[in-house]
Structures are given as structure tokens and as C-alpha cells.
Design a protein around this ligand. Sequence first.
Ligand code: HEM
Ligand code: HEM
Length: 187
Amino acid sequence: MAVKNTNISYGSVAKAFHWGMFLILLGLVIIGYYMADLPGDTPEQLGYKTGVFDIHKSFGILILVLVILRLGWRMINPVPKMPGAVSKIEDLSARGAHMLLYLLMFVQPIFGWLLTSYDGYSVKFFGLDLPALVGKNKPVGEFFEEVHEVTAALLIIVFSLHVAAALFHHYIRKDDVLRRMSYRQEE
Ligand code: HEM
Ligand code: HEM
């Protein structure tokens, strides 16, 4: 498998970014919904809750780092062309969905960081203290908690359409769109 993309397929680096980030995002969404309702009344509960929040924040910031590297890698690679049978509208909506997914992967960690800073809590990246983006302001923090929740829902909606499109190409169109992002292509 080539390291770089070609005009018809994704290379190993783009695939590693795609599937690695898929797994991290899946974990983030599951942990995010789980931790939002955790009790923090006793010191033990609070210690556990802080630990889970720190894991969510670390992997969330990792997504921010990875999406910047991924977009950089994308700029120096060709983007595989759609198979011939795809109409202009389909091509545009696929590209639009990809751009939207990149945008959501970029803004979601920033909203998380903002809400944490506004709420007056610290952000650690696997133990490394990151600076607060803004000063404490509880009402604005609550607003950004809502924003972070809405953006997560948007991510899930666009992701679902994206997967439906991939399955449509594979099982109905029977073209190479799913195969070229998969590891079984050359077998
Ligand atoms: C792409 C990356 C991220 C995704 C997909 C994500 C997803 C989520 C989800 C689904 C929730 C639960 C929403 C709710 O019901 O309130 C959540 C909550 C939360 N996230 Fe993230 N998150 C990401 C990055 C971050 C980052 C980088 C931080 C902080 C540095 C962060 C801090 C938080 C906090 C503090 C909560 C709890 C908010 C509350 O108490 O309502 N998140 N996240
Ligand atoms: C089961 C889950 C997934 C499947 C089956 C899947 C499938 C695919 C396929 C087949 C492509 C290639 C499309 C093409 O050739 O034009 C692709 C590209 C892409 N996927 Fe996914 N995907 C999944 C999860 C995700 C997730 C969770 C995200 C991000 C939130 C994502 C973001 C993207 C992006 C941004 C591209 C465009 C890559 C580029 O050209 O730069 N995917 N995906």
C-alpha cells in the first residue's frame, strides 16, 4: 500500500488518520455521555469523576492535534477522484460532508476547552497542564456546555449520513469507494 494518496485510492497515512480518529471519536462520545451524569458528592466519587474527565479532555485535545496534522497531510496529497458514475450533486455533497466533518472535528475540542476554562477547571493533556483559553465565567461556561452538546449531536448526524453513503456505494452501487478507504483493498 502506498504511503501517499493516489488519484484513485487513499494511502496508508490517510487511512491511519481516518480509522485511528474514528476509534478515538467513538470513545470520546461514549465517555462524554457517560461522564456528564457522574455523581461527585463524596471525595471518592469526585476523584473518579475528575479522572474520567481528564481522559476525555486528553483524547479530545489529541483530536485537535491530529486533525491539524491530517489537514496538513491532505494539502500535500491528491484527493482520490469519485468513480465515473457519480453525479456532480453527489460529488459536491460528499465533499461538503467531508469538509463539515473536518470542521466539526476542529471546533468540537475548542468548544470543550472553552467550556472547561469558562467553568474554571484546568485542562491537562496526558498530564501536561494547558493554559486556560479564557477567564472563569460560569454563565458563559453553561452556554458552551450546550454548544459542545449540540456540536456532538451534529457530529453524530453527519457521521451517520457519511456511513450510510459509504454503505450505499459498497452494496448498491458496488463501486470502490469503501474499498479504497479499507485495508483489504489489495488482497
Ligand atoms: C472531538 C472531540 C470531542 C468530542 C467528540 C466530545 C464529545 C463530548 C460529548 C458527547 C459530551 C457529552 C455531552 C453532554 O451530554 O453534555 C461531552 C462532554 C464534555 N466534554 Fe467533550 N468532546 C470532545 C472534546 C473535548 C475537549 C477537548 C474537552 C476539554 C478540554 C472536553 C470537555 C468536555 C466536558 C467538560 C464535558 C462535560 C460537559 C458537561 O458537564 O455538560 N471535550 N463531550
Ligand atoms: C464506520 C465508520 C466509517 C466509514 C465506513 C467511513 C467510510 C469512509 C470512506 C469510504 C471514505 C472515502 C470517501 C471517498 O473516497 O471520497 C471516507 C472518507 C472520509 N471520512 Fe469516513 N468513514 C467512517 C467514519 C468516519 C468518521 C467518524 C469521520 C469523522 C468524524 C470520518 C471522516 C471522513 C473524512 C473527513 C473523509 C474524507 C477524507 C479526505 O478525502 O480527506 N469518517 N470515509
